[in-house]
Design a protein around this ligand. Structure first.
Ligand code: BGC
Length: 783
């Protein structure tokens, strides 16, 4: 395993850039991206430098807002999605130019000194500070703050401060809105041949009055409308300036508002810019303008400082529960903070949006939502931010109708099949072997839902929404396979793709069969619960879904007879029926520069015919359901998969690290963890410019909590199996469980559990049952 050198200085709570370099710009735009789960904005500069497709992307997004195009296929099969969905790059309102006594500030001219750009992860604020000497020798201190508000979903704000050091003169702010924007489709999604090329928003209305700009535009393909606007406030040495003479001009697709002020030597002037985005997905188109104007007025009257204060409070609350403290390695601590920061930024919170594999930080994967949310992100949020977790599950509930339609297209007369890639709930994956064939998405969603129900005890959710998802997903499992005579009447599922994308359209993928069985088991449990505790809800579902409890008979039989591939010789579970027959992989035959990019360099058949794996697959199933296997069995499988897994997906190493912990391979676990913790911060996959790898980011939390501390929640029981890597002195984290807040602190000698909030909690530590009352601590000796 190779390790990269840290790109940014090691500071627990900050990511700092100390020099502006064009060649690092595209990547750094993702590093410094801000989001609140609704608005996402890349870490671009207010000066709006003219970067090209290889050096930068001005990116502003709204979760769920997409453009559609007809998908071009060489040979389309029945059921291929016909319309694409791409997260659309929206008008930019961050643009601010400052003309300092006749000279426009730009980092490309004059001299830039004391430059720092700091992402304050504790506070949710981005700061840039520098001293600029203009070509004429006039010196100005520039200090800029930016936030995307957690308190006000539609608002982002910029505070731009300018202090003259050695001159008196005019400071002119030129604040812009630029709607002539387009996606970088070719660069950010090179393998797709369709998508939003060129400008896709047609302006419906562009106005500006003094300092307040408004834009409304409708997409050419998806016919969605978006609205945005901005408004400003000016200050001089801490005093609000009320008599500003704003000059404004609107073009066809842009607006300019400018204001000039006289400054004395040493005086500081500040421009606060409030920006608002909303879309017709949130309200009727006709209401957008009034909404945007009201939001801007409200943000302005509250003021930048209030927004900053609210931001800090929100983040403090988040870290209070979600932080994982590591004593003994600041580098990993920084990586972990960075990862958690991007996770909390990226999650949709309105029940109508999900979370993209790249969050809202870039255009990679067209902004699509995948299983990454349910299997990687949700387990973190369920234990730390259950409210947000529920909202993400709500999104899946809200899109059940589309999943039902999809199931019919795939020939299932009952049930729902969730899309592999999507934004609006419809399938958007165009290559079915790597897309729709990943039926495991159904079981992944039901797994996350069941975990949510166990950890929160939210039975109302089960009754209102959860049971319906479980029943509908289970019905597809009951239809997709058959009891095969040649396999002794066992239930087989053929022609699916498991999580591993180098072994596709396989028969009996181990992970899929295992997770499908557990999906069915959870559905049986849900129906039985309703039968006993909420018969009215069951009746409602029977009518709504044309469902009968008699279906449970078949589900139970499948649970009992599910088939799993097994290799007697090595005593392992091969990934699928054909895995052991495939040709051994010889990496030496692949030139190093092509190794990590197999699909870009080799025909899919060449890849599929080899016995190797892109990412954690069977091993992931064994992590989640480790109670169903002996430790010895897991060890044998781990050793086997360790040999054949290439970890070409960022979703892999964190899972191997967790399983390595489970079987006592702590050194190996530590290496895996170290790589996942800094994967994005040090750009291990060399594609951070296209956006974050949200799954791995969340996977690092899991690697500590589920890995080193051995946390599982199975059959409603919270379990711990604590260990500590030899490199650490201590680590600590908190978990929410059924309304209680538990703190776990693990040192080399002991694991200490304290109930911080809630009346009582029960859990097990290496099988020993523990009950804690409010404020009590239990200590478990490790050695
Ligand atoms: C992985 C998938 C993942 C997707 C989005 C692919 O490379 O193989 O498992 O869902 O990336 O992160």
């Amino acid at each position: 395993m190779e390790f990269k050198k840290p790109i940014y200085p090691i500071k627990q709570w900050n990511i700092t850039e100390t020099e502006f370099k064009k060649e690092n710009n595209y990547r750094n735009e993702t590093t410094f991206a801000l989001s609140n789960g609704y608005i996402g904005t890349r870490g671009t500069f207010e000066e709006a430098y003219p970067f090209d497709v290889d050096t930068g992307l001005e990116g502003n997004f709204v979760n769920g807002f997409y453009e559609s195009n007809e998908i071009r296929y060489g040979e389309a099969n029945f059921g291929s999605p016909l319309l694409s969905q791409s997260l659309l790059n929206l008008p930019n309102l961050k643009e601010i130019h400052v003309i300092l006594d006749g000279e426009e500030f730009t980092m490309e001219q004059g001299e830039v000194k004391e430059y720092t750009r700091i992402l304050h992860m504790k506070d949710g604020i981005l700061e840039r500070k520098l001293t600029w000497t203009a070509p004429s020798g006039k010196v100005t201190e520039i200090h800029i703050f930016r936030l995307v508000s957690f308190a006000r979903k539609n608002i982002m704000a910029i505070r731009y401060q300018v202090k003259s050091v050695n001159y008196a003169g005019t400071v002119e702010f030129v604040s812009k809105m630029q709607a002539d924007v387009e996606n970088h489709t070719r660069k950010t999604n090179p393998i797709v041949d369709y998508g939003p090329f060129g400008r896709r928003l047609d302006p419906d209305k562009v106005t500006v009055e003094k300092d307040t700009a408004y834009y409304e535009g409708t997409t050419k393909g998806s016919h969605l409308t978006m609205a945005c606007g901005s408004s400003h406030e000016l200050w001089c040495d801490g005093q609000k300036v009320t008599d500003v003479n704003w000059m404004a001009e609107a073009g066809e697709m842009d607006t300019i508002s400018n204001a000039s002020m006289q400054v004395k030597e040493g005086e500081c002037v500040t421009l606060d810019k409030f920006i608002c985005y909303s879309t017709s997905l949130d309200m009727e188109k006709e209401k957008l303008e009034a909404f945007v104007q009201d939001e801007l007025a409200a943000a302005k009257s509250e003021g930048y400082e209030k927004l900053e204060e609210q931001q800090k409070v929100y983040m403090q609350n988040f870290w209070k529960t979600a932080d994982v403290e590591i004593k003994g390695n600041e580098e990993l601590q920084q990586g972990l903070h960075f990862n958690l920061f991007h996770i909390i930024q990226s999650a949709g919170r309105d029940g109508r949006t999900g979370m993209g594999a790249k969050g809202l930080s870039g255009e990679g994967y067209e902004g699509h939502y995948f299983w990454d949310t349910e299997m990687y992100v949700l387990p973190v949020l369920i234990f730390t931010e259950p409210e947000t977790a529920r909202k993400l599950l709500d999104y899946r509930y809200a899109t059940l109708p589309q999943a039902r339609d999809r199931a019919r297209i795939l020939g299932h007369m009952k049930g729902a099949l969730y899309p592999w890639r999507t934004i609006n709930g419809e399938e958007a994956s165009t290559y079915y072997p790597l897309g729709t064939a990943q039926y495991h998405i159904n079981a992944d969603i039901s797994y996350a839902l069941s975990l949510y129900l166990q950890v929160t005890g939210d039975v109302d959710y089960l009754k209102e929404k959860g049971a319906e998802i479980l029943i509908e997903t289970a019905r597809v499992w009951a239809d997709v396979g058959s009891f095969a005579e040649c396999k002794g009447g066992k239930y087989c599922i053929c022609d699916v793709t498991g999580p591993d994308e180098y072994n596709v359209l396989v028969d009996n993928n181990f992970y899929t069969n295992l997770m499908a069985r557990e999906n069915l088991r959870d559905a049986v449990g849900a129906v039985e619960y309703l039968k006993e505790h909420a018969p009215e809800d069951l009746k409602r579902l029977e009518e709504k879904l044309d469902f009968s409890v008699e279906e449970l008979g078949l589900w139970r039989e499948i649970i009992e007879k599910m088939y799993f591939p097994y290799d007697e010789k090595r005593q392992v579970y091969p990934m699928d029926d054909g895995f052991m027959m495939r040709k051994p992989w010889d990496e030496n035959k692949i030139p190093p520069e092509k190794r990590a990019w197999l699909y870009e360099n080799y025909h899919p058949l060449f890849i599929m015919r080899h016995r190797m794996s892109k990412q954690a697959d069977a091993i992931l199933g064994m992590y989640l359901h480790n109670d169903l296997f002996t430790e010895e069995e897991i060890r044998r499988n781990y050793d086997f998969y360790q040999e054949v897994t290439l970890h070409h997906s960022s979703l892999s190493t964190c899972i191997f690290g967790i399983v390595a912990c489970d079987i006592g391979y702590l050194d190996e676990a530590y290496k895996y963890f170290s790589q996942s913790a800094r994967m994005d911060l040090d750009d291990y996959h060399n594609n951070f410019y296209a956006g974050i790898h949200a799954a791995n980011m969340a996977g690092t939390w899991q690697a500590i909590v589920n890995g080193f501390a051995g946390v599982r929640c199975q059959n409603g029981v919270l379990k711990f199996k604590p260990t500590i890597p030899k490199e650490w002195e201590e680590y600590a984290f908190r978990l929410k469980f059924k309304g209680a807040l538990l703190e776990v602190r693990i040192t080399k000698d002991e694991a200490e559990f304290t109930l911080l909030e809630g009346g009582e909690i029960s859990f097990t530590v290496r099988g020993k049952e523990v009950v804690l009352k409010s404020g009590e601590t239990y200590t478990y000796l490790l050695s």
